[in-house]
Ligand binder design. Structure first.
Ligand code: C5P
Length: 235
């Protein structure tokens, strides 16, 4: 797969709204800028496969449900997402080697039909050393991330969701790195703690950026998407 595949370009727009009409309007309006659209349970569970398929017709679809279960259930969940039109899906790296190895085989098989990537989530960015469950406390976050990324890669997967600051130690490892937590300089950080600008994140080796509120909550989403697309490539 090439550097951006299966996306049209590295900008993934998170459609984090509650209404299908609003999500579809955004998807149509932003189609010229979106490398892909990200949907989560918020819309998928409310409106179902028909709605999901409509979004996937407009641009490559990223289904972000972060599956974490026994290997066979994870395989079925990934297959069902693919069947609904997903080009990218997320799973938890902590599901372990057997699940990840079986998912790597599934990814390979599904790629015979169309470009498709499984992205592993390592440590949630909402966790830190203080809020970790007790059995995680012995190591710093960055070390957990590195260990989990090693597990992901040695299981045969290459897609990882990472925070903008983790890009620094994950770049150059032949990984497909997808980073949320991106904020243009002039825009509110909302509830994101450690952000980077679109240009900084691309320079630090991101393969794709997930951006929601700076676009979908802007007064003029199309203008915001255009500006972000330009700054991603340093213009
Ligand atoms: O609006 P904003 O640009 O902060 O949206 C970022 C998107 O990426 C949201 O859909 C959020 O759930 C998702 N995400 C994240 N941090 C992670 C994983 C996913 O912000 N570690």
């Amino acid at each position: 797969m090439d550097r951006f595949s299966p996306l049209k370009n590295p900008l993934v727009i998170a459609l984090d709204v509650d209404s299908d009409t609003q999500a579809l309007k955004l998807a149509v309006d932003l189609a010229d800028f979106a490398g892909g659209y990200k949907l989560g349970p918020r819309l998928i569970h409310r409106y179902g496969p028909e709605f999901v398929a409509k979004i996937a017709e407009i641009a490559p679809l990223f289904v972000d449900c972060k599956f974490f279960d026994i290997p066979s259930t994870m395989e079925s969940a990934v297959q069902a997402s693919f069947d609904c039109g997903a080009s990218l899906v997320t799973v938890h790296a902590m599901a372990g080697r057997e699940a990840l190895t079986r998912l790597a085989e599934l990814e390979k098989k599904l790629n015979e039909q169309r470009p498709f990537r499984i992205l592993a989530v390592t440590i949630l960015t909402s966790w830190n050393e203080k809020s970790f469950p007790a059995n995680f406390k012995s190591l710093p976050v960055a070390e957990h991330v590195q260990n989990l990324v090693e597990l992901v890669q040695s299981s045969g997967l290459s897609g990882v969701v990472c925070s903008p600051e983790e890009l620094d130690f994950l770049q150059g490892k032949d990984l497909y790195l997808v980073a949320p937590g991106i904020r243009p300089e002039s825009v509110s950080k909302d509830d994101q703690q450690r952000t980077r600008t679109p240009f900084e994140a691309m320079k630090a080796g991101a393969s794709a950026l997930v951006i929601g509120r700076p676009i979908i909550a802007a007064t003029d989403p199309m203008k915001a998407a255009l500006e972000i697309s330009l700054t991603m490539v340093g213009r």
